[in-house]
Design a protein around this ligand. Structure first.
Ligand code: C2O
Length: 508
């Protein structure tokens, strides 16, 4: 059984969303729990009152594919795909690090064309730790980024203009065209993967164009394999255009192993390198295993035109992705560049990281026999605008990016160590720690220890299950999910939720 825990944070500014999510997720010591959060600042009071802080009712007990549809829909939903913004209306972003400014220079009357998809041979994206030794490739890559940085500041291809695109669509600079009081947000939902796929695609095509190389691809940070689990060396040379000083030096230097469960507010993992590697692989394995039959769990929940609140509905791949952002960002400020949406794409490693996120999606799709993840026009017809490699403003639909072949790229096939047999049993040591923690919390639950937060009043709910005693095959086909929605936490506080799920004997 999977558990979705959906928390919202009243009045949260989106500037540090990445960090907050990590800190909360880390406090959820329940296996398989996803903590979802986002800014809830613009939610209407009526909607607030309608829902109790911990809402758990029949609608939230879901079984099977399609079960999540409609559950999160608020009253203002148009049941229509998200349409691109009116570019003439760009608002100050919630981006303190950029003085709240990330709007592009507006060109009145710019025409919007259909995108003509590339007709190049299949371009192959390769792992960053391998291209490092390909001098010819590295020279090209650096040259392309150098040229991008040297373009006039107001050119749509300029390096920082390209980075600002991310800020515009994550930090509320644009509103939806068919619901123009509702900001566009490309995280926390089923839009996350396709939007970033297009974003990377155009970025890659522009770099190729700048060096006149139609075969150019960006590398992927192969963080799902041992040799790729450190900060990629190709971004470390301070003299290179790929360098960014705003990073957590404790992590990006000296071959420190990336912790895919990393959370900013907690101490560094004290586990050995090999232990962190094993845990990372197990974490990825578990993510795929739990979500293969229900795309929402991997990719995120629906968000439709006019949805008033950001649905805080990220999938598990996005959660893993956030950890990498947080791990790279410089902790002394607002975790810029990588740890903050508004600045993340100012670090070239952003695209390398997202290239692997994109690859994870591709692997997911392959493992599902290339089935379309959501047969839902509100997803398939969601439309975005980008400047393409011909400086043309183009519109693209999600349905056209589901198979990377259409965009004429693929990924080099590399081993997938997390797909095979790994020992993911807890070691004796971590096991006993987990047990102690559990019993301590049991005590907290009844309010008898000094550290009890507000745990004196545990909420107990009996949830009817649609179907019990399912056969193994049925369980493989459909996942059983409990979704707990709308847990509210005051801004800037950290919080921990413990959820115990007990099933009566004989009810499995
Ligand atoms: Cu748009 Cu990695 O975030």
């Amino acid at each position: 059984m999977s558990l979705l825990l959906n928390s919202s944070f009243t009045g949260a500014s989106s500037a540090c969303l990445l960090q907050r999510e990590r800190s909360r997720r880390r406090r959820l010591h329940v296996p398989g729990v996803t903590c979802r959060q986002g800014s809830n600042g613009d939610r209407s009071d009526a909607a607030r009152q309608q829902q109790s802080p911990l809402l758990l009712d029949r609608r939230d007990m879901l079984l099977g594919l399609g079960g999540l549809y409609g559950v999160t829909a608020g009253p203002k939903v148009l049941a229509a795909p998200i349409m691109p913004p009116d570019l003439s209306k760009c608002y100050p972003a919630t981006a303190p690090a950029l003085d709240n400014k990330c709007c592009p220079p507006y060109v009145p009357g710019e025409t919007i064309s259909e995108y003509s998809f590339p007709a190049t041979p299949l371009r192959v994206r390769r792992p960053a730790h391998i291209v490092k030794d390909d001098q010819e490739y590295m020279d090209k890559y650096k040259e392309a980024v150098r040229r991008m940085k040297n373009l006039p500041a107001d050119h749509p291809w300029n390096y920082y203009q390209q980075a600002n695109i991310h800020c515009q669509y994550c930090n509320y600079a644009y509103h939806q065209q068919n619901a123009d009081d509702v900001p566009i947000q490309v995280h926390f939902s089923w839009i996350f993967l396709p939007w970033h796929r297009y974003y990377l695609h155009f970025y890659e095509r522009i770099l190729g164009k700048l060096i006149d190389d139609d075969t150019f691809t960006i590398p992927f940070w192969n963080w799902d394999t041992k040799d790729g689990m450190t900060f990629p060396a190709i971004f470390q040379d301070a003299a290179s255009p790929l360098y960014d000083p705003k990073r957590d030096q404790r992590h990006v230097k000296d071959g420190k192993i990336l912790d895919l469960k990393y959370a900013i507010t907690e101490n560094e993992s004290t586990a050995s390198d090999s232990e962190i590697i094993r845990e990372n692989l197990c974490f990825i394995q578990k993510t795929f295993k739990h979500s293969l039959s229900l795309a929402e769990l991997f990719m995120g929940d629906p968000v439709r035109a006019g949805e008033k609140e950001i649905q805080e509905a990220n999938g598990q791949l996005e959660v893993i992705h956030n950890a990498v952002h947080s791990w790279v960002g410089e902790p002394s400020g607002n975790y810029e560049d990588m740890g903050d949406f508004s600045t993340a794409a100012r670090d070239s490693v952003f695209f390398c990281h997202h290239c692997n996120v994109d690859r994870m999606w591709d692997i997911y799709r392959n493992l599902r026999g290339n089935r379309v993840e959501f047969e839902d026009n509100d997803w398939l017809d969601s439309t975005f605008l980008f400047h393409d490699e011909n400086e043309q403003l183009v519109k693209v639909k999600m349905r056209d990016c589901l198979n990377p072949t259409k965009l004429r790229y693929t990924f080099e096939q590399v081993p997938l160590p997390w797909l095979g047999k790994i020992n993911c049993q807890k070691t004796a040591e971590t096991k006993s720690k987990a047990t102690t923690e559990l019993s301590l919390n049991r005590v907290n639950e009844f309010g008898t220890t000094a550290q009890a937060l507000d745990a004196s009043n545990p909420l107990r709910v009996i949830v009817a299950r649609p179907k019990k005693n399912r056969k193994k095959k049925e369980k493989q086909e459909k996942v059983e999910v409990i979704q707990i929605k709308d847990i509210k936490v005051t801004t800037n506080e950290t919080a921990r939720f413990d959820v115990y799920v007990a099933v009566p004997y004989g009810d499995l």
